[in-house]
Design a protein around this ligand. Structure first.
Ligand SMILES: [Zn+2]
Length: 211
């Protein structure tokens, strides 16, 4: 005959996945005829489910559901605002690079062009654009107005470049198209980085179902 202690030790080992030391058939035969060992088995199974089982905790609702939801919303907001700050920093660097290019472009005109009024006028326009771009790097809210001016300049330079190419007159300067074009890109990039998040949030609010 096996003792209750031996059977219960074998049951514990079986629940823990260890070698029982007793034949399963002998243990099962004893448990089916012994109320004490059956009660031990039920208790041991309940305990192992509560502490070692994986199913039950997963089915339990989180302690504080609203805290979990708020934490994930906060993460999303942090991620978005981080991306906005990064995009804005890149845009400002692009704008400042363009400021340097416009100033250099104006200076090269003055150095090469002498005293003619047309040269002075063109150089002052380029310095004015450099100033306006520097202002938008500081205040991105002012981008639309400056974008209108630089965009118009870009359209004109493309128009003149096409005319020069078609009529084969004048000297086509790639830099005269590139600098306004790159400035438009820098302005649009910074404007999207600055205001894009607001547009996305507004869209999300409009799309959110209040019910
Ligand atoms: Zn027993």
């Amino acid at each position: 005959m096996v003792s209750h202690e031996e059977v219960q030790a074998a049951l514990s080992a079986r629940i823990d996945g260890e070698p029982a030391g007793l034949d399963d058939a002998i243990v099962d035969a004893h448990v089916s005829n012994c109320a004490e060992c059956r009660a031990f088995l039920d208790q041991a199974l309940a305990l192992s489910q509560e502490f070692g089982g994986t199913e039950r905790p997963a089915l339990d609702p989180p302690q504080d559901l609203s805290a979990v939801i708020l934490a994930s919303v906060d993460d999303e907001w942090r991620r978005l605002s981080h991306r906005r700050a990064l995009g804005l920093a890149v845009g400002r660097i692009l704008l400042l690079v363009m400021v340097v290019l416009w100033v250099l472009w104006a200076v090269s005109l003055i150095v090469a062009g002498g005293e003619e009024p047309v040269v002075a006028s063109s150089a002052s326009v380029r310095l004015g654009v450099a100033l306006a771009l520097a202002f938008t790097a500081w205040k991105p809210r002012q981008i639309p107005g400056v974008l209108l001016i630089v965009g118009t300049m870009f359209t004109f330079t493309v128009g003149f470049a096409v005319r020069d190419a078609v009529l084969a007159t004048g000297q086509f300067e790639p830099v005269a198209v590139f600098i306004p074009f790159a400035s438009v890109i820098a302005l649009v990039w910074t404007w999207i980085a600055d205001r894009g998040g607001e547009a996305r949030r507004a869209w999300r609010v409009l799309g959110a179902n209040p019910q």
